[in-house]
Design a protein around this ligand. Structure first.
Ligand code: HSE
Length: 308
């Protein structure tokens, strides 16, 4: 049966995960974007913002519309669609707001067109939207937002993306302070070249994290959640970040770091109770500095973007 309308959920994601700068990310059960996509018979993309997030309505400047247009161009179709944003993760929050919109748009349009693409094959089109948000081509939010779980980008050219198994009792606490960091600006802070010693540290930690996740070795996971490429150049945008990290680790977090380019901070934890406690500790850090914040506690979600 030909559908004229679908509603899609695109999950929030944590990218980088310590040493996996531009290479690793995972999906959360919540929050996420919700988008209604419907045929409009106009041959154009029309954006409707019911999210209250003041999204750009010019299709050339809206990440979801850019992703959608790139898919439609590839399919050489002249169908038009309304993209109705009904619920939106706050842009600039560091939990993959643009990726959630991009994947929702391409999954919804793919569904309405009878699924000409397998889900994983939609990644390059979703990435086109992400590119206008960050000024760079990276898939560490897009891949988990689309596919769920923890994903590793083994290579970009060609794209080579793998799911990494992880222990079932791995939970994540995220604190989103009321600050905004634009990924595009935040990427400019990172050196484009690193000394060999730094590269070795990062390789060791990423390999250690993958090994720790696959074998449920919590101590190894904990030792490995360290980023020496990007995080040291970005944490200055948050007040007393190292105090926050120490409080979270002392409470029992396995590893704490910037979620993507921030300002959200993630802590991986063993079990929901520990994640809840660590979330409260991280929120207190910002409250004590007169910064409002929201906390999300979520299992790593096996499910990625989906029709709801
Ligand atoms: N890997 C990207 C970065 C993620 O750190 O710039 C942005 O959310």
């Amino acid at each position: 049966m030909i559908k004229d309308e679908v509603k899609v959920f695109g999950p929030a994601t944590v990218s980088n995960v310590g040493p996996g700068f531009d290479l690793m990310g995972f999906a959360l059960e919540a929050p996420g974007d919700e988008m209604i996509i419907r045929r409009n018979g106009t041959g154009s993309l029309v954006l409707v913002d019911e999210s209250g997030c003041n999204l750009p309505l010019d299709p050339a400047k809206n990440v979801a519309a850019v992703a959608a247009a790139s898919l439609l161009d590839e399919l050489e179709t002249h169908e038009g669609f309304d993209l109705v944003f009904t619920r939106k993760i706050n842009p600039g929050s560091g939990v993959g707001s643009s990726a959630a919109s991009c994947v929702a748009a391409v999954v919804g349009i793919n569904e309405l067109l009878g699924n000409p693409f397998e889900t994983a094959a939609l990644i390059p089109y979703a990435m086109e939207g992400e590119k206008i948000a960050s000024g760079a081509t990276h898939a560490d939010n897009i891949a988990p937002a689309l596919l769920g779980g923890i994903t590793l980008i083994r290579g970009y050219d060609p794209l080579d993306i793998k799911h990494i198994p992880y222990p079932a009792d791995l939970w994540c606490a995220i604190v989103h302070p009321g600050l905004e960091i634009k990924t595009r600006e935040s990427r400019k802070l990172i050196p484009t070249e690193v000394p060999l010693k730094t590269a070795l540290q990062q390789c060791g930690n990423l390999a250690g994290l993958v090994a720790g996740l696959t074998t449920a070795d919590y101590a190894l996971i904990s030792r490995s959640i360290i980023d020496v490429f990007a995080e040291p150049y970005r944490t200055g945008q948050l007040p007393d970040f190292e105090v926050l990290r120490k409080s979270a680790l002392d409470t029992g977090s396995l590893g704490t770091g910037l979620s993507g380019s921030g300002p959200s901070v993630f802590s991986l934890c063993r079990g929901e109770d520990m994640a809840t406690t660590v979330g409260e500790v991280m929120k207190k850090h910002f409250t004590e500095r007169s910064i409002e914040s929201e906390v999300y506690v979520s299992r790593i979600s096996q499910a990625g973007c989906r029709i709801i």
